[in-house]
Design a protein around this ligand. Sequence first.
Ligand code: TYD
Ligand code: MG
Length: 454
Amino acid sequence: MARDGATYVCQSCGAAHPKWAGQCAACGAWNTLVEESQARPPGALAPTRGGKARGLAFEGFESLSPPPPRIATGVDEFDRVCGGGVVPGSAILLAGDPGVGKSTLLLQVCGEAARRGARCAYISGEEATEQIRARAHRMGLADAPVKLAAETALRDIVDGLKREAFDLVVIDSVQTLWSDAHEAGPGSVTQVRACAGELVRLAKRRGMAVILVGHVTKDGQIAGPRVVEHMVDAVLAFEGERGYPFRILRAAKNRFGATDEIGVFEMGDGGLAEVKNPSSLFLNDGGERAAGAAVFAGIEGSRPVLVEFQALVAPSVYGTPRRTVVGWDGGRLAMVMAVLEARCGLGFAARDVYLNVAGGLRISEPAADLAAAAALASSALDCALPQACVVFGEISLSGDIRPVSRTEIRLKEAAKLGFTRALAPGGSDDGAVAVTGVTRLTDAVRRIGDQAWD
Ligand code: TYD
Ligand code: MG
């Protein structure tokens, strides 16, 4: 029975329930309901400050000093994803699978930033300081003036941060933190929420940037509560496909910049190397382009990225044919296949369809529709696209090919990498690349089947 004024709030989704239960009826999570008292007794309320609203340009605005400049850490790919450096006083959550390279990335960020004069601290609850030192040595960061600590008790961490001023503090990881103000164990929803909250408040008060590492659970959620995501100013996801050395950093939320930028890294013996020109990485160069392959000229954030779409359309041995897609949206694949079937007469009924984006990149641009369709048609008709051809364009349900943004940048990047031809929406600019303009998907499919490119 709930006492008067008490509700049970799910620590995962925030839904309020009148009674305790083992499972949250709203999000299905187990053991997340915690009693939270609703109303405080009248005498317990803190005095208010009147709740006065202010204009954007309030009095004395001119005399205010400009906001402190962003901290350029020197790891350019990281800085770009943050929106041009780390904002002082901000809190960032770096989320990723265990072993993807979060600690490596942040040690590198700390080391490079410290070399550029920022006061940096790296606090680890997972590794001993000797271990971190050995890793920094291997990464060529032995001389960087970073303060290291192996600590999990929140009170000790906070005391340390109050004693000494820092510009950038890394906490690796938020799941190992433990506050003695709460009884729950480290990694529990209550602990993670309380510890993250306290660190975020401290960061804002003292104008230091804090980066929290968060491990991701098997189903892709940031472990513990999603509430950490709401507390921080930016959520960065660090991803990588198993078996590939590439690691991709993207912003899932950013109060200080765009969320469509990606940073590309390559994991090697000496840590993570920045990849300034990702196109060359995701292309399978050398040899003839096989049937079923199409190079997509895409844009990730502000940069063009060329990547190969690979399709295989094969007779199915099962009653229900398989549709498998890696690196692209399954719903989008179903749509493109439906348009190919209905408007272009390409049948997939008794055939398995596999679509793969090479290199472990995940593409979400609608401009990739035509590249996927070209790869599918090329495999289904067993006709390869020309070796030096890029493809882009959005497909509508009526089978029209719609123009996409930033055509010029796409074509320029293609030309830079030695591509001489493009299959693209009609009206696209010509230049160093000969554009075969198409306005209908049927036209594109016919050209692939007939090898008619002029
Ligand atoms: P790590 O940063 O510890 O991952 P996380 O903190 O996300 O759990 O990285 C672990 C992996 O990175 C490990 O499998 C080894 C690899 N690695 C390298 O290949 N080269 C290196 O120089 C370093 C430091 C790590
Ligand atoms: Mg780690």
